[in-house]
Design a protein around this ligand. Structure first.
Ligand code: NAD
Length: 519
């Protein structure tokens, strides 16, 4: 098992050339308004690779003055950007999509290096960015409002969507590039300007994104301040950012704890929030499930990205008649996975490291809590080396506090059910409501699961796992997952301000509801 990045390996994967092509140097400015980089005066963040703990590069953070300058630039840029026809904004996003296509391998590799997900997933994440660009280009011609028939003669009613303003994007470490793109590309075609605060665990990915789009912005004379990046600690980009009335929408992706704080602060000023928070995603495995499909779906969901996706499979609710069979198959699968843990840059690896020591602690704590509550560890329970842990699955009871909480590591909880009603109750019996799935060939069960009395999650799937989603759908979840929706479908509407218009093209002034008001 190769779990350290030797110099040879770095050479083999061309890391230095990749960093160079992405414009990453030993020390980087962390603030940009598009093509201009600031000479930042704040603290310095060091970015270490979870692969082997080595320093990749340093980033100079914004201080409060830098933040202020960015805000002013963004406000100025909005006045210009909102007037550009939406399809023209879409054309710029189309070119950004192409720039991302050209940089896909390099950016995917940097995602792997800085975040630790396997290279295939790093590439997949960049593909999501490209896909959302394509989607946003089409959307730029479809920012549809309605027309309504007025109750008054010679009147016309309609609603329209206008650009909203400055959109703050706070992103989590586990999707260091895609979450920005989901928000920024849709916001951009809607006529908004974006201020991105990435996770301090993965600032280089954010800097690389800004370097990649820079050429497109220059070639199209996009004003400085449309796409902004601010790398900073929470003392600079914390409460002051979310309380800033100049930012009407904050889109936050992160833990429920952070999301609650953001929602409270933004809510207090009656701003708008898109909250994309923690999940506690479950798969129901019904008696008729095609286990040849279910097992790979479960394993990808639970061990993929080392259990660090918001949609990772955390709980498995298995019908009692097939419980032992599923458990044994899972055991075999986890044993195979064990042989494929290692350097995520290596194409044979299926599971890379978790992000940092803190995540290793979360892994150890989760397992200790399961044992304390009386659970059985079926497989796993081992820190291998550094940030590498053995994916684990355990038999538990749903109501235990540790099962109710999201532990953002590869620990899967399994439990039994007798009736579909009971399975749905267990399924919904957690505070979070992001992704869910049922494996069944029984049409009644499938339909019930996605009906009003079924899964209470924002995403409910049949015969595919919980992990990952296509950009075309509205992405997000209910309850403590925060209720936000982003990416596809009609999520764009949250990035715009809605206005209802009534036009009178007649010669009288009739009042609504037939009110008489004769002067
Ligand atoms: P986190 O909550 O620790 O951090 C999220 C972001 O919030 C980071 O950029 C962080 O710097 C920022 N932040 C922290 N304190 C802040 C403050 N006071 N003000 C403003 N911003 C602040 O989350 P994480 O560890 O980076 O990511 C993992 C979590 O994110 C998991 O709970 C996961 O489920 C969730 N997540 C959810 C989705 C989704 O779409 N639902 C997607 C990815 C990750």
């Amino acid at each position: 098992m190769e779990i350290t990045t030797s110099q040879e390996l770095k050479k083999k994967f061309g890391i230095e050339e990749t960093l160079k092509r992405l414009g990453i140097s030993d020390i980087n400015a962390g603030v940009s308004t598009g093509t201009e980089w600031f000479d930042c005066k704040g603290a310095v963040t060091e970015s270490y690779s979870p692969i082997d703990g080595s320093l990749i590069a340093k980033v100079k953070n914004a201080d409060k003055d830098d933040y202020e300058k960015v805000l002013v630039k963004a406000q100025e840029a909005f006045k210009v950007w909102r007037k550009m026809p939406a399809p023209k904004r879409g054309e710029i996003v189309r070119q950004i999509g192409n720039a991302l296509r050209d940089a896909k391998e390099d950016l995917g590799k940097l995602v792997t290096l800085e975040m630790g997900k396997i290279y295939q997933e790093g590439l997949g994440e960049v593909q999501e960015m490209i896909d959302i660009c394509d989607f946003a280009v089409g959307q730029s011609r479809m920012l549809y409002g309605f027309t309504m028939h007025s109750e008054r003669p010679d009147h016309k009613m309609m609603d329209q969507y206008h650009p909203l303003g400055l959109v703050g994007v706070i992103s989590a470490f586990n999707f260091p590039v895609a979450v920005w793109a989901w928000n920024a590309m849709i916001a951009a075609v809607c006529g908004d300007v974006v201020i991105w605060k990435p996770s301090s665990k993965v600032p280089l990915c954010a800097i690389a994104c800004h370097n990649i789009i820079q050429k497109v912005l220059k070639e199209n004379d996009v004003p400085e301040g449309v796409f902004n990046l601010v790398v900073a600690k929470s003392s600079v980009m914390g409460d002051n950012f979310i309380e800033d009335k100049r930012v009407p929408l904050i889109s936050v992706t992160g833990s429920t704890a952070i999301g609650k704080r953001v929602a409270e602060k933004v809510g207090a000023r009656l701003g708008r929030t898109i909250a994309e928070l923690g999940g506690n995603n479950a798969i129901v495995v019904a008696p008729t499930a095609d286990l040849d499909m279910a097992i790979p779906g479960i394993v990808f969901g639970s061990v993929g990205t080392a259990g660090q996706r918001c949609t990772s499979t955390r709980r498995l609710i298995i019908h009692e008649s097939i419980y032992d069979d599923v458990k044994n198959r899972l055991l075999n699968a986890y044993k195979q996975v064990e042989t494929k843990i290692g350097n995520p840059l290596d194409e044979n690896t299926l599971v890379g490291p978790v992000i940092d020591e803190g995540a290793v602690d979360v892994y150890n704590t989760a397992i200790a809590e399961v044992k304390k509550a009386g659970g059985t560890i079926v497989f796993g329970d081992k820190v291998l080396e550094g940030n590498y842990v053995l994916p684990t699955f355990c038999e538990v009871e749903n109501h235990w506090q540790i099962v109710q909480d999201e532990s953002f590591v590869p620990v899967l909880y399994i439990m039994k059910y007798k009736t579909l009603e009971e399975a749905i109750e267990l399924h919904n019996g957690v505070p979070q409501g992001l992704s869910s799935s049922i494996f069944t060939l029984n049409m009644r069960e499938a339909q019930t699961f996605i009906s009003a009395v079924g899964s209470d999650c924002g995403i409910a799937n049949v015969n595919i796992g919980t992990s990952g989603a296509e950009i075309g759908g509205a992405f997000g979840g209910e309850k403590e997952t925060g209720g936000g929706r982003e990416s596809g479908s009609d999520s764009w509407k949250t990035y715009m301000r809605r206005q209802t218009n009534t036009l009178n093209f007649g010669t009288d002034l009739p009042l609504a509801q037939g009110i008489k008001f004769d002067l």
